[in-house]
Design a protein around this ligand. Structure first.
Ligand SMILES: [Zn+2]
Ligand SMILES: [Zn+2]
Length: 481
């Protein structure tokens, strides 16, 4: 930490008790307006609040608008907010640049349609390993406050607010909410390490956001991920065998089928965001002192990487920017032929695609009667398969129960349709996962846990498309023919 820092803080302090280091330097004036006293050292420049505020809005706006396809079209942005400091600040920034609160720039407002979505993970409290009843009550209270404060904030900015419970990953039928919650709790308890629980939570959350964006008609999702978080992700993803997808995951934009995941806060350090948050007197309801899945003292790979990055950043404040600049130089594996993993949507590597091709060929020649016919008959009998979630899955489930191919991971999920790290993830369970569906009548007891329907659907569709590709490949012409 340099001696002339004016208002800065140790990254470790991120949370409720943000303690600024004592002012050691002589008060400087802002480098921009050269009038007002500075309140923050932004990179190396001392700045006053007004100049800092203006600059951060400008940077943010640039990051959001650079992905606009057509300036005449209405831009539809869905803000994914966890309620943490970064996403709370993101809401404020969006409202400022499109001119909310009746302030200037109301014309811009006509070109932006914004909504706020919060994925509510409160039902996972039972998996968290909290010790006492009081802890659970405190947590429930905090969670309720968090949702209320987000809703109020969204109202204030005039953005519609959606609070989506995580159990909706198993469908959104209100009549079986309790079963879905139990299913979620069961499947999380099945994972043995905190790392796997955190990862599967992230995949489920992203999928739910993806589905919500689809159903609400939004094609861009904004995340309030700070540069600290992205640098941590760079390190943790690499150590979990997701290196191939790191450029996509840490980039400003990541394409998930037809929806773009955008990280417009990528340039901002957590401490810069914290200063904004504090200056605006926002309240942070998230609890930083309690790990979500605190089942052992070692914590998760993600938590260890975060600690490591923050430690390095405290030693040298260029660490995070250097890491992210380096990852910019890697080529993103996005192309037209990309194939995505059925659980996490990461692109499969060339090696994995080859394996998938071989698998689909082997499956075709060995058991053309069983799996293929069951899926194709299901497809033909039910045209709505891809649109609604659970229509033919029961059917599939039953058909495939008797068909235990050795490479096949479970009844319905084909191992080669998953990326390396998701395959690892599914190994870290107490029992091999079995896919079940939400029972249509609540009298039947749910079968053991439980990957959501979307995984099985992706897996089947992907395999099917490869089988189809194999069938027609002899009839395809090369581009130059
Ligand atoms: Zn200034
Ligand atoms: Zn995956």
């Amino acid at each position: 930490m340099t001696d002339n820092n004016q208002l800065t803080c140790n990254t470790e302090d991120a949370g409720d008790n943000l303690i600024p280091t004592p002012k050691k330097a002589v008060k400087k004036t802002c480098v921009r307006c050269k009038e007002k006293p500075s309140i923050i050292l932004f990179r190396t420049d001392p700045m006053c609040w007004d100049c800092y505020h203006e600059m951060i809005i400008k940077k943010f706006k640039l990051n959001v608008t650079r992905f606009r396809d057509n300036k005449k079209d209405v831009e539809r942005l869905m803000l994914a907010v966890s309620g943490g400091v970064s996403s709370r600040v993101m809401m404020d920034l969006v409202s400022h640049f499109i001119g909310g609160n009746g302030s200037k720039g109301t014309k811009a407002k006509l070109f932006f349609k914004v909504c706020v979505v919060h994925i509510n993970i409160s039902c996972l409290d039972q998996v968290s390993g909290r010790a006492t009843e009081q802890d659970h009550l405190d947590h429930a209270q905090r969670q309720a406050n968090l949702v209320r404060s987000l809703e109020e904030a969204a109202q204030q900015y005039e953005f519609p607010f959606y609070n989506i419970p995580l159990e909706n990953i198993y469908g959104c039928d209100e009549s079986n909410k309790k079963e879905r919650q139990q299913m979620l709790i069961d499947s999380f308890t099945q994972f043995t390490s905190s790392t796997s629980k955190e990862d599967i939570l992230e995949h489920f959350r992203n999928q739910l956001l993806f589905e919500t964006a689809h159903s609400l008609g939004f094609n861009k999702i904004l995340f309030g991920t700070s540069s600290n978080r992205l640098a941590t992700r760079l390190l943790s993803s690499t150590s979990k065998g997701r290196g191939y997808n790191v450029p996509n995951e840490t980039n400003m934009v990541d394409q998930h089928k037809d929806i773009r995941f955008i990280q417009p806060m990528r340039d901002f350090l957590l401490k810069e965001i914290h200063i904004y948050h504090r200056k605006m007197s926002f309240i942070d309801y998230t609890n930083h002192n309690v790990l979500l899945f605190n089942n052992n003292s070692k914590g998760s790979i993600n938590a260890l990487c975060e600690k490591f990055i923050n430690h390095l950043q405290d030693i040298s404040n260029q660490t995070i920017h250097t890491l992210l600049r380096s990852v910019d130089k890697l080529v993103s594996p996005i192309d037209e032929n990309s194939v995505s993993c059925s659980i996490c949507c990461a692109n499969l590597s060339e090696q994995e695609i080859k394996q998938l091709e071989q698998y689909s060929l082997a499956l075709k020649s060995s058991s053309s009667s069983s799996t293929t016919t069951s899926t194709s008959s299901c497809k033909s009998s039910c045209n709505n398969c891809s649109a609604s979630s659970s229509c033919c899955s029961t059917n599939n489930n039953n058909n495939n129960n008797n068909n235990n191919n050795s490479i096949q991971l479970t009844n319905n999920i084909h191992k080669p349709t998953l990326c390396y790290s998701c395959n690892q993830l599914l190994r870290d369970v107490k029992q091999p996962p079995v896919l079940t569906v939400v029972p249509s009548d609540s009298t039947t007891t749910p079968t053991p846990p439980t990957l959501p329907i979307y995984v099985q659907k992706n897996s089947t569709v992907l395999l099917k498309s490869y089988q189809l590709r194999n069938e027609i490949k002899d009839f395809l012409l090369d581009d130059d023919e």
